[in-house]
Design a protein around this ligand. Structure first.
Ligand SMILES: Cc1cc2nc3c(=O)[nH]c(=O)nc-3n(C[C@H](O)[C@H](O)[C@H](O)COP(=O)(O)OP(=O)(O)OC[C@H]3O[C@@H](n4cnc5c(N)ncnc54)[C@H](O)[C@@H]3O)c2cc1C
Length: 441
């Protein structure tokens, strides 16, 4: 048999691709993962500071009601290593921080009058009443929320968050995204309204490493630093993918990068033009994330939503108010996250320009903050960070099947009505692995 021929070739070594590969290799199939980056994990991947302290490029946690993650961790033999920790959530508004973890915190949120505060609290109950998301898929978030919580609550609380998250697409995103977020967050709360979030001991990178190890142990191969540049087809079958290291043949293929990347890979392969156009129809936002390693803490809040339109971040996430600073050489870790269209001039800032830009705003938020606190910093960019689920998304998002009988797509923009996340990457990875395994039988 040709050494370079596999039962299944999987493009992308993020959590979806690794899960597909793990499930199929465990079932005895000869698999190969082709990953463009030098390390696994994709958007949930990690990096190391000079002294070996390792953490996510983009902040990550799970919700305590995510089921796929603990299940996979158990399967990998690391039961008990998903740790749950109380999360302290706050909101930065009008020059100060407001705690917003419990219903009592909500009642103390004086920028809103008492009636509006009650309306805000009741919103979660109203949201839970929606059982079928299709009923609100034709509405924008504003069109759905304003009648429910009132224009003032929308303007103060939700509009700044939604425009920080979706930037130029704020009015285009359908209401399902918001409904699912609120419904899911509501169900992760304990009886007092507090919230616990989950994390993997050693971080998401360690979990990705464990998956790679398990794939290799089961006889699979995982290659890093190897982009897929194109492919070869014969009629309605894909026969091989092209990489700078040569052609890799397979019986089945699974593609996990973002839709536009998949469209580029299939371009010129004989794939129908209307299908390629459908892949390119889905829009995305990019994310720039500044990771700060600090000598001192900014605040005691883990997740600080920035509701002040003058600040260019969706949130300041102080990771070490969640996972212990001991795991980061005793230092504090803060992520400053900004979603933006890649056409935005800020996307093209150099790292140095972006750090200056971000710190200027951070100092307005935390006046005592000083550049001298910074031990190290790093800027990460993801071009396809957030799919934009516009009105009637379910009708135009491409399915897992492709025009080729032996190729499937499992990408994060297909996670819907939920929002993308590693828990669902694992769910969809397992689902596609079953489909592929059935086709090999
Ligand atoms: C800022 C931010 C915060 C987030 N926070 C959370 C969180 O708290 N919790 C959570 O669960 N999720 C979070 N997510 C979402 C989570 O990271 C993703 O949903 C998940 O990692 C998607 O996994 P994936 O494998 O489907 O896609 P990806 O991680 O995008 O993997 C696709 C892989 O394909 C590779 N690739 C691309 N092109 C090629 C090519 N031509 N050839 C070969 N390989 C290629 C990429 O390098 C990548 O590794 C966050 C995402 C962002 C951007």
């Amino acid at each position: 048999m040709n050494q370079n021929q596999y039962d299944v070739v999987i493009v992308g070594g993020g959590f979806t691709g690794l899960t597909v590969a793990y499930a199929l290799s465990k079932a005895g199939h000869k698999v190969r993962v082709i990953e463009r980056d030098d390390s696994p994990g994709g958007l949930a991947g990690t990096f190391e500071f000079g002294d070996g302290v390792r953490l996510e490029k983009f902040y990550h946690h799970w919700f305590n009601n995510d089921v796929q993650v603990p299940d996979l961790v158990r399967e990998l033999g690391h039961d008990g290593e998903v740790i749950t920790l109380p999360s302290r959530t706050g909101m930065y508004f009008n020059g100060r921080m407001w705690r917003l973890s419990t219903p009592l915190d909500l009642l103390r949120f004086t920028p809103l009058g008492l009636v509006d505060r009650i309306r805000l609290g009741l919103l979660v109950l109203q949201v839970r009443r929606i059982k079928d998301w299709r009923a609100i898929e034709h509405l924008s978030i504003r069109e759905w929320l304003e009648p429910l919580c009132g224009k003032h609550v929308y303007r103060v609380v939700w509009e700044p968050l939604i425009s920080a998250k979706f930037s130029v697409f704020s009015e285009a995103v359908n209401a399902v995204w918001f409904w699912k977020k609120l419904a899911l967050r509501g169900s992760t709360r304990d009886s007092k309204g507090g919230e616990e979030l989950a994390y993997f001991k050693g971080g998401f990178g360690r979990l990705a490493d464990l998956l790679v190890e398990a794939i290799r142990k089961a006889g699979g191969e995982v290659s890093f630093g190897l982009p897929t540049t194109g492919l070869v087809t014969e009629g309605k079958r894909v026969t091989a993918i092209d990489t700078p290291a040569g052609r890799i043949e397979g019986k089945r293929f699974v593609f996990t990068p973002a839709f536009p990347i998949i469209a580029d890979i299939f371009e010129g392969s004989g794939a129908p033009a209307d299908w390629l156009a459908r892949l390119r129809r889905v829009k995305y936002l990019g994310n720039i994330c500044l990771v700060l390693r600090l000598k001192r803490s900014l605040s005691d809040t883990y997740w600080l939503n920035v509701n002040d339109p003058g600040f260019p971040f969706v949130g300041v996430i102080e990771h070490t108010n969640f996972d212990s600073p001991q795991n980061y050489g005793g230092d504090r870790i803060a992520f400053l996250s900004r979603y933006l269209a890649v056409e935005d001039p800020v996307w093209r800032y150099t790292d140095e320009e972006y750090v200056s830009f971000a710190l200027e705003h951070l100092r307005r938020m935390f006046p005592e903050f000083d550049r001298g606190w910074i031990v190290d910093s790093k800027v990460w960019r993801a071009e396809y960070a957030q799919p934009v689920t516009e009105k009637h998304y379910s009708q135009y998002v491409p399915p897992h099947e492709t025009p080729f009988d032996n190729a499937w797509i499992a990408t994060m923009a297909q996670i819907y009505p939920e929002d993308r996340g590693t828990n669902y990457a694992i769910r969809d990875g397992r689902k596609i692995a079953q489909v592929v395994a059935a086709s090999l039988r």
